[in-house]
Design a protein around this ligand. Structure first.
Ligand code: ADP
Length: 207
């Protein structure tokens, strides 16, 4: 049976990683676009070379690795720069994702989850279906992400405004998990969603 890859998305601090960790516990292989994004720019990777050629050595940390925060700050307010960066990284991330899924399929898995924070913004909602969106109140998102990343609430709020509104993502999704309340509630909802996906999209020996 073919592999179904469902997308898992949400906003900053909405709880994507929390839900993904729970799906993993329930035996779903997880591929995380942020991890792939880090992998394609690791020291020695061709993408890192191209990034240094494009943005200069100031985006490198002292040890020669990419300073992802510095680069993110550099492109956050510069649309053209962001596009140049994405032209370098996106095709490589997509290729790596396809490689991972081909491998999972070869291993006999019928279901996998691709965590992509900006799934809708990247136009990937038709590629990774069904789409599950984790939502939380803006207040919860800001408080949780600020605490997790040790940054100011204003910093998180600015990044939130650069993303599609969560309501819009929820409207365009097949399943929505509300993580505004307690973790226990969220995991019960996540179980329900995963059961529904397994019934609808994967065979009897779902991975
Ligand atoms: P995302 O991956 O969407 O950015 P995370 O899953 O990392 O979000 O969650 C953001 C932070 O909030 C993490 O530190 C996480 O442990 C915490 N968190 C997630 N869900 C809840 C919840 N329901 N109640 C309290 N804290 C939560």
């Amino acid at each position: 049976m073919a592999l179904t890859v469902f997308g898992l998305t949400g906003g900053i601090g909405s709880g994507k990683s929390t839900v993904a960790a729970h799906f993993a516990k329930r035996g779903v292989p997880i591929v995380d676009a942020d991890e792939l994004a880090r992998e394609v720019v690791r020291p020695g990777a061709p993408a890192l070379e191209e990034i240094v050629q494009t943005f200069g050595r100031e985006v490198l940390a002292a040890d020669g690795a990419l300073d992802r925060r510095a680069l993110a700050e550099r492109v956050f307010t510069d649309e053209a720069a962001r596009k140049r960066l994405e032209a370098i990284t996106h095709p490589r991330i997509a290729a790596l994702a396809r490689e991972r899924f081909a491998q999972l399929e070869a291993e006999g898995h019928t279901l996998a989850c691709y965590v992509v924070p900006l799934l809708f913004e990247r136009g990937l909602e038709d590629t990774y279906r069904p789409v599950v969106t984790v939502v939380a109140s803006e207040r919860a998102q800001i408080e949780r992400a600020a605490a997790r990343d040790a940054v100011s609430p204003a910093h998180v709020a600015a990044r939130l405004r650069a993303q599609l509104p969560l309501e819009e993502k929820a409207r365009r999704s097949d399943y929505v998990i509300d993580n505004s309340g307690s973790l226990v509630n969220t995991l019960v909802e996540a179980d329900r969603v995963l059961d529904a996906i397994r019934r609808a999209h994967a065979g009897p020996r779902a991975s």
